[in-house]
Design a protein around this ligand. Sequence first.
Ligand code: 5AD
Ligand code: SF4
Length: 493
Amino acid sequence: MSKKLYIETVGCQMNMLDSELVVADLRRQGYELVDAPGPADLVLFNTCSVRAHAEEKIYSALGRLKNAKKQSPNKIIGVIGCMAQNHQQAVFKRAPYVDLVVGPGQLHQIPQLVEKIGAGAGQQLEVSLDRKGGARGDVERSFESYDPLRDEAMRPSRYQAFVRIMIGCDKFCTYCIVPKVRGPEQSRSPQQIISEVRKLADEGCREITLLGQTVNSYKYAEGERTTRLSDLMLQLHDVSGIDRIKFVTSFPKDMTQDLLEAVRDLPKCSHYLHVPAQSGSNEQLKRMKRLYTVEEYREMHQRIKATIPDSAVTSDFIVGFCGETEEDFAKTMALVEECRFKNSYIFKYSPREGTKADELWTDDVPDEVKRRRNNELLAVQNRISYEDNQPFIGRQVTILVEGLSDHARKHEEHSHGDDEPHAPHGDGVDHMHGQVQLVGRTNCDRIVVFNGNPRQIGQMLPVTVYDANSFTLFGEAVTSHVGPEVYTLGVGS
Ligand code: 5AD
Ligand code: SF4
């Protein structure tokens, strides 16, 4: 009988990719995925350390498993990813019934460690060296990029995939734990990346998202030749079957003109750039050690818009960072007004032990002030998102259809094992015509919801937009007169 694996993932896309790969690895060991921890023989938490809240939630989830472990001592419980690297032995101290702690640079060891624990070897800990735990080369080698064989069945979507092009971060923004827990910046070789993308394309994948903490800092040197992200994109553009290429997250200072021109000139490149500003105040940017001024960010933003006029730029902001005054915050509000981001992810500052900011300054902005600033910034951003979505009404856009909308998916889950007749309207599924509510994204990453046929999932499809709010465009599939080839409309080869 196969063993059962339950995995819970929090955090960024890098974690989502890591989980996909860990599951693929464990499936080869005979594990089958289940959707609750109760029946699982192995329970894994793939964790995030960017904010304290994410770590606390994991400890709560572990707390809820304490009794289950008492009742089934053979159940293996593991903490993997950033919090494992951050807390190391302390995870065992706080939750002594945890069996396994594995950092993001050691994920390849999981199958063998699980086997060891199963054989009675007791608690296992595998983490990478601290950033100052050895010479640069030794620390680099202790953070191994985790790129085992991919398993088509384990991808969240058949038509989309994340592809890691680099690991780690060398920027050391003063608030950020990532350089500590994910180690030194290291780029993967173009050959490895290209062969991974070719394999994905052979399996039917149509969209790839290249991942890196500072993805546009990608640089791979081989003898005389250095490959930059723009060069890599050019090579990936030749992979037939792939229709769309995105990359996240970009660092403002590394947004070079060659890259912007590659995005403009390569038809498969999504016109979507996630380039976090973090703050609109020079004093704060300096404290954050972001390595640019507001003027430089603004100049970069103008350059993006001048080079790729229809591009959508998104940002991250931290509110309530140490010493942030009302004046500083007003400057952040002004930057959002000026840049009119497609959307912004806004976070309340959360001090992280082991960062420069935590060492040097007190977390002096009260939580209610952080909350108010968060809400105010979000309100401005939502208004801008709403306004900038309105001109799409009446326009035709080409979307990659990703799958059922949240609404339709919930309905599907709800209807499993349910013999009751379904309401004909308002449930996301039109039973008369076999239509379901589908969701896709435009070339500039805007979400479009429309009624269509599940067969359209994975296709590039023209849709006419008839309504829009801050987050979503509502569309109607363009059909008839153009002929069936319109459904397979692709870009490039
Ligand atoms: N507190 C709050 N937000 C943070 N981020 C990174 N570190 C912290 C922190 N200590 C945010 C940044 C980053 C995003 C992924 O998380 O905005 O871009
Ligand atoms: Fe953290 Fe800054 Fe690196 Fe982004 S660039 S991961 S915010 S240290």
